[in-house]
Design a protein around this ligand. Structure first.
Ligand SMILES: C[S@@+](CC[C@H](N)C(=O)[O-])C[C@H]1O[C@@H](n2cnc3c(N)ncnc32)[C@H](O)[C@@H]1O
Length: 512
């Protein structure tokens, strides 16, 4: 069944949307304002690695898990660790330079103070601020209280009104968490059975390792244990941990690309065995691979290093693109050491294919933000009527809120790929908005005005209330010059720039 019939959307994909925009999505019937155009589930998604400190969510559907207390404890623990790291680096650098006092005081001029750097490139002002912030946190909450919140041994008033699913750990013990056994199983079957980085299954390992933090165990036996065969694919968990560490250091999108590779290998493998085909039957192998690959075809564009917008401060474009190509090459080498499949591997794991998979996210990814229950909890406390009921509650919660500061409202943030949405072009006067419901992982495209049959379905990738120039600048970063009707009109009258509308619930495009 093709994508559109499966989704059941009143739309069609046209290969030429006009104005040089490439392909686009068009309505096949009149759609009234406010109506759902279609719902779609992401093929792959990933919580941004730098967001893991702010939110413990299901690795599959991004639902918050645990309790309000453990979420608060986790946020504080990560915040303290990060600030400590920055402050300690600054202290060491300042010490080397001949005294933290001097560096901290800095020159009188503000800009010069901001620019103060230690000998190893540590930003001394940032380090100083981290130290001050750490002191503020410890003035409100002790390490013991943070530990009690993390362990769930301190219960906060009213927290039961914000109940969350209990976390279900990855069966192998890599540290990934899920909101249910069903989500864990779905992720396992979709890609995680190939990509899990825990060297030994949870029961055999000394304890669960942290997600993407490396292998447990040691020596030849552990190395041997880390290698196994899953559905005909040779998996080396230690090599995968090295791949994941490289991605975390360089470009987390490599982790999403690995999900695409793993899910394609697994699906092709299942299709091959269901169809009774063997590895020596070239037609059956090609057919299985093509069928497994089909969902991603909609987003297929150029190689990452060719497609990426060149940052303004880059002087040598060729050199820059060459560096990205090398980075993708290194990443692929590491992934290939982790996953080897003599049946499909050589095709799937070619550099141009891998580069195009990474490019698929560069040009199509969808930013997803899930509001935090911690924010809701503190808002509920804040909204309590002033008086004797609120006092004891606020006494317990206010220090936590003060310690968290702006972090209390941090949402879960992720990037996802949706096949049909990846075909929707941008307009600065979009016909639709997109929103995401993590409950069933559904992203919904909604008509924000009446749409006539034959009209293009468009979304905004950016904030459309920006001026013409600002919009063009934002979209340049997405690698294209906007050719929507509004921009065409405003290009000739660039001063008439204020526009109605605002940000949609979610963004298609690159995350900044
Ligand atoms: C998410 S894809 C949309 C589908 C795309 N047209 C295709 O052929 O696959 C985003 C890409 O479409 C093109 N595009 C989308 N909106 C555009 C616009 N308003 N003006 C010009 N190009 C646009 C750009 O090349 C952009 O990188």
């Amino acid at each position: 069944m093709d994508l559109i019939s499966r989704i059941g959307a009143p739309v069609e994909i046209r290969l030429d949307a006009g104005n040089g925009k490439g392909k686009g999505v068009f309505a096949t019937k009149d759609i009234p304002e406010g109506e759902t155009v279609f719902n779609e589930v992401p093929l792959v998604s990933l919580q941004h690695l730098d967001n893991k400190a702010s939110a413990v969510v299901c690795s599959r559907c991004l639902r918050f898990v645990g309790t309000v207390e453990t979420q608060i404890g986790h946020k504080l623990k990560c915040l303290v660790e990060k600030l400590k790291g920055t402050a300690e680096k600054g202290e060491a650098a300042a010490h080397e330079e001949g005294g933290a006092g001097e560096a901290a005081a800095g020159p009188a001029d503000g800009d010069a103070t901001r620019d103060a750097e230690g000998s190893d490139g540590v930003d001394l002002e940032e380090a100083l601020e981290a130290g001050e912030r750490l002191a503020q946190i410890y003035a409100e909450v002790s390490n013991e209280r943070i530990a009690a919140l993390c362990e769930g041994s301190e219960l906060l008033p009213m927290s039961s009104d914000f109940s969350l699913p209990q976390p279900v750990p990855c069966r192998r013990g890599c540290g990934d968490m899920y909101c249910s056994v069903a989500c864990e199983d779905e992720a396992w079957r979709h890609h995680h059975c190939l990509l899990c980085t825990a060297s030994a299954p949870a029961s055999e390992a000394a304890g669960p390792s942290t997600s993407y933090s490396g292998a447990s165990g040691s020596g030849a036996q552990a190395a041997e244990e880390a290698v196994e065969e899953v559905l005909g694919v040779r998996v080396d968990r230690r090599a995968l941990a090295a791949f994941a560490a490289h991605a975390a250091e360089t470009n987390e999108i490599f982790l999403l690309a690995a999900q695409v590779v793993a899910s394609t290998l697994l699906k092709a493998s299942r299709l091959l065995s269901e169809g009774g085909g063997t590895a020596s039957d070239a037609a059956a192998v090609c057919g299985a691979l093509a069928a497994a690959w089909r969902p991603y075809v909609y987003g297929w564009k150029r190689c990452w290093w060719e497609a990426v917008a060149v940052p303004e401060d880059v002087e040598d474009e060729d050199e820059f693109r060459g560096q990205l190509r090398e980075l993708a090459y290194d990443s692929l080498q590491l992934l290939s050491a982790g996953l080897a499949d003599p049946r499909f591997g050589p095709e799937v794991l070619r550099l141009e294919v891998y580069g195009s998979i990474v490019g698929l996210f560069e040009l199509n990814n969808l930013g997803v933000a899930v509001a935090s229950p911690v924010e809701d909890y503190f808002l509920a406390v804040d909204e309590m009527e002033e008086g004797p009921d609120k006092e004891p509650v606020a006494k317990l919660t206010q220090p936590l809120l003060d310690a968290l500061d702006a972090e209390y409202a941090a949402s879960a943030e992720a990037t996802a790929f949706l096949a049909l949405q990846s075909c929707i072009n941008h307009s600065c006067d979009p016909a639709c908005t997109a929103a995401c419901d993590t409950g069933d992982r559904t992203a919904t495209v909604l008509a924000q005005r009446d749409i006539k049959a034959g009209e293009e379905i468009t979304l905004s990738y950016i904030d459309v209330s920006l001026s013409y120039r600002e919009r063009q600048a934002e979209l340049r970063d997405y690698g294209f010059v906007c050719r929507c009707e509004r921009c065409k009109a405003e290009a000739t009258a660039p001063r008439k720039k204020a526009a109605p509308g605002g940000k949609g619930g979610m963004r298609v495009g690159k995350r900044r």
